[in-house]
Design a protein around this ligand. Sequence first.
Ligand SMILES: CC(C)(COP(=O)(O)OP(=O)(O)OC[C@H]1O[C@@H](n2cnc3c(N)ncnc32)[C@H](O)[C@@H]1OP(=O)(O)O)[C@@H](O)C(=O)NCCC(=O)NCCS
Length: 168
Amino acid sequence: MKIDISNFSERYIVRRMEKTDLADIYALCSQNSLYYQYCPPIVTEQSIIDDMRALPPNKGADDKYYLGYFDGEKLIAVMDFIMAYPDEKTAFIGFFMTEATVQNTGIGSRIIEDLCSYLKKIGLSGVRLGWVKGNPQAKHFWHKNSFTEIGVTYDTENYTVVVAQRIL
Ligand SMILES: CC(C)(COP(=O)(O)OP(=O)(O)OC[C@H]1O[C@@H](n2cnc3c(N)ncnc32)[C@H](O)[C@@H]1OP(=O)(O)O)[C@@H](O)C(=O)NCCC(=O)NCCS
C-alpha cells in the first residue's frame, strides 16, 4: 500500500527528517525530561541517529518514516512511523513527541486524529504503539486518543512497555 506523508496532516507540513535536522530534533526531545525518566537513557544526538535507522523485526527501510511536523519553520513534533507492522493492515508509531512549549494545547491529538483519518481512508484497519508502563502523560494522551491496551506487555532492560491499539 502506498502512502503519501504530505497527507498525514491537514494543518502542518510533514517531511522526513535527515541528519541535518539533528540539532532541532535534539532541542525538541531534550525538553521532555519526564519521558526519559520513564524511558531511559536520556536522549543524545547519537540515540536520535540510532532511532532514525531502527527497524522492527522483519521490516525494511522502505516502510520506515522518521518524520518532522512543522508549523511554518518551527518543528513542533517528531514521529517514528512504520507502515504495515505488525501486519499489512496495521501501522505502528514507534515514537511520538511534541515540542514542550506547545504541549497541552491539543496539537498532539490533532496530529494523531489527522493521521488516523488518512490511514483509514487508504484502507488500514488499525494503529499500534506502546508506552512505558507508569508514564502518566503517555497513558493519558493515548487513552484520550482512543488507544486501548491489547493485553500485552513486554520487558526491556530498564522498563516495561504496554502495547495498545486504535481500531480505525
Ligand atoms: C504525550 C504528548 C505527545 C502529548 O502531546 P500534546 O501536544 O500535549 O497533546 P494534547 O494537548 O492533545 O493532549 C495532552 C493531554 O495530556 C495530558 N497530560 C499532560 N501532562 C500530563 C501528565 N503529567 N499526566 C497526565 N496527563 C498529562 C493533558 O492534560 C492533555 O489531556 P486533556 O486534554 O485530557 O487534559 C506530549 O506530552 C509529549 O511529547 N510527551 C513526551 C513524549 C511522550 O510521552 N510521547 C508519547 C509516548 S510514545
